[in-house]
Ligand binder design. Structure first.
Ligand SMILES: Cc1cc2nc3c(=O)[nH]c(=O)nc-3n(C[C@H](O)[C@H](O)[C@H](O)COP(=O)(O)OP(=O)(O)OC[C@H]3O[C@@H](n4cnc5c(N)ncnc54)[C@H](O)[C@@H]3O)c2cc1C
Ligand code: SF4
Length: 503
């Protein structure tokens, strides 16, 4: 045995799980496909991050119709939290229940908000969560945040005031940053404009490397092996357990194996691990592995007030859930989604993404815009799925649901912004390559016919295989997924501790 618990992947799920198990004395082995993300000036350079995509994978996935694309994903210690915008929201209590949408119904989860709440508390402490309890009208019962909310800069505060004057309920966006607002001279986070989508040059973002893997590695019983890409999961002779995994270089054996390679890659690994016992891929007797892939319907929005420059540096501090539960329109009784600030679109960033636009126009637009990120919930569908082509390459089939709700969310936001003085409002919607918020593919549930994992995230078909990344989610909600992945990993850690202690 190389480990008691072998974890594949070191992102939001795997990195957090490692920290949650670290003080147990169990031998923990993390196998990570990538390396530490290099610390260099390019971390904060829009050209490096958004034009040459230095930190994204170069691999291509297929869209199921023969079209290759580069997914917005990277392989590093800390996983995609290295790039995340650090918006860490809890799911609403209603997100755990069935909910009717224009294109269908989201399924209820086998656990409730109350089951996850204590683990949300822990995750928020580990990840330096800033926020204001009670400010979001849709949130569940909770105690105070570990850190006060990140204050709005002047131009965002003006939007906040204007929205309140219109009768809306904006609130401070919960954020995972190691920021000491009352002692800026000592603060690791310097409130820079290159946070959302960028790695943090000064290691102050609450990502899974800083808040999961590094604290775990303080314990002698935890080992991280980098540049170890897992290719296959090994089935034990009895066909009811897994014995370990195979990478390009080695085989590793463990009492328990936990997948945390991300929703697409964990499904691909299971599908690639075929055997006589599991001809369709390991843990896939139900034929559910890879199905029910979901990704948020997202649009970025630039709202321009012609008469005023936006001098904000760290702009991503405001959010709005007024259309989260329903649209507010009697003829359309469905949820529309969530709105949050986007990292400031600077002239350099806009130029990196739109190199053909005339530079004076780019500079003017970016210096006058306040920028937003709009999210609508996708729905699970068995046809939206991960498959492998004949060479083992990833094929991602995705037709998002609830497009009409997303269209209405954008239209409503445009209307509101225009009423408060932003006469020019532009939207850019995301396509299949924007896999940042990938979830589903191995959903948990009580019925082995319709789910891959049980409520403890153990594969129904196997006695010692678990999955703790974004795959487990049966519905995506309209809030960002990371905090829920982290809290769930902490929940599963307590199950694993109990199990290994008693055996
Ligand atoms: C630009 C961007 C912005 C985002 N902003 C936010 C935000 O503000 N808030 C939020 O909540 N979420 C955000 N997200 C999403 C968030 O990063 C993900 O939801 C989260 O990281 C998913 O966690 P995970 O554990 O499922 O996978 P990941 O964090 O992606 O971790 C998977 C890990 O597995 C490794 N791996 C993959 N395959 C293998 C293999 N075969 N063998 C070994 N290792 C493997 C990967 O290298 C990676 O380290 C953002 C993502 C991006 C890209
Ligand atoms: S310094 Fe702060 S704002 Fe800038 S990238 Fe790091 S965590 Fe984000």
């Amino acid at each position: 045995m190389d480990a008691d618990v072998l974890i594949v992947g070191s992102g939001a799920g795997g990195g957090t799980l490692a920290r949650a198990l670290a003080d147990s004395g169990l031998r923990i082995l993390i196998l990570e496909r990538g390396d530490y993300l290099p610390r260099e000036w390019g971390n904060w350079d829009p050209q490096t991050v958004f034009a040459s995509y230095r930190y994204h994978t170069e691999e291509t996935w297929g869209d199921g119709n023969g079209q290759p694309f580069h997914p917005v994903t990277g392989y590093h210690v800390g996983g995609n939290t290295k790039f995340y915008g650090a918006a860490i929201l809890r799911r609403r209590p209603t997100d755990f229940q069935e909910r009717r949408h224009v294109d269908g119904v989201t399924p209820a989860w086998p656990i409730r908000y109350e089951d996850l709440a204590p683990h949300y508390d822990t995750a928020e402490h580990w990840y330096f969560a800033h926020g204001a309890a009670g400010s979001d009208p849709t949130e569940g019962p909770r105690g105070p945040y570990p850190f006060p909310p990140m204050p709005h800069e002047e131009d965002v505060a003006l939007v906040d005031t204007a929205l309140r004057a219109q009768g809306y309920h904006p609130f401070p966006l919960p954020l995972a940053l190691h920021r000491l607002e009352d002692d800026p001279a000592q603060s690791p986070c310097v409130r820079c404009p290159a946070c959302d989508g960028f790695p943090c040059l000064v290691h102050a973002k609450g990502d899974a490397e800083l808040c999961g893997v590094r604290p775990a590695l303080q314990h002698a019983n935890v080992t991280l092996l980098r540049n170890e890409r897992v290719r296959r999961i090994l089935l034990a002779e009895d066909g009811r357990r897994v014995s370990g995994v195979e990478t390009d270089q080695h085989r590793y054996h463990a009492r328990l194996v936990v997948l945390a390679a991300g929703a697409v890659n964990s499904a691909a690994l299971l599908l690639a691990s075929r055997s006589e016992t599991f001809p369709n891929g390991i843990a896939n007797r139900s034929d559910q592995v890879g199905r029910n892939y979901m990704c948020h319907l997202n649009s970025a929005c630039m709202a321009i007030k012609i008469t005023r420059e936006n001098r904000s540096i760290f702009q991503k501090t405001l959010a709005l859930n007024d259309f989260y539960e329903d649209s507010g329109d009697p003829d359309y009784p469905y949820p529309l989604g969530h709105i949050q600030g986007l990292g400031k679109v600077t002239p350099a960033l806009l130029h990196a993404q739109r190199p053909r636009w005339p530079i004076p126009m780019t500079a003017w637009a970016a210096s006058h815009s306040v920028d937003w990120w709009l999210t609508t919930e996708d729905l699970p569908s068995p046809e939206n799925r991960v498959t492998l082509d004949e060479r083992g390459g990833i094929q991602l089939h995705w037709q998002p649901k609830n497009r009409e709700s997303h269209r209405r969310l954008c239209a409503k936001w445009q209307d509101i912004l225009q009423k408060i003085g932003f006469s020019l409002v532009f939207f850019q919607s995301m396509d299949i390559s924007a896999t940042a918020h990938q979830v589903g593919t191995c959903r948990f549930g009580d019925d082995p016919q319709t789910s891959v994992l049980d409520r403890n995230c153990k594969a129904h078909d196997l006695d010692n295989l678990y999955v703790v990344d974004a795959s487990f989610m049966p519905s995506i909600s309209a809030v960002n997924p990371s905090l829920t992945i982290m809290a769930n990993a902490i929940r599963v850690a307590s199950v694993l501790r109990e199990r290994l202690r008693s055996s």
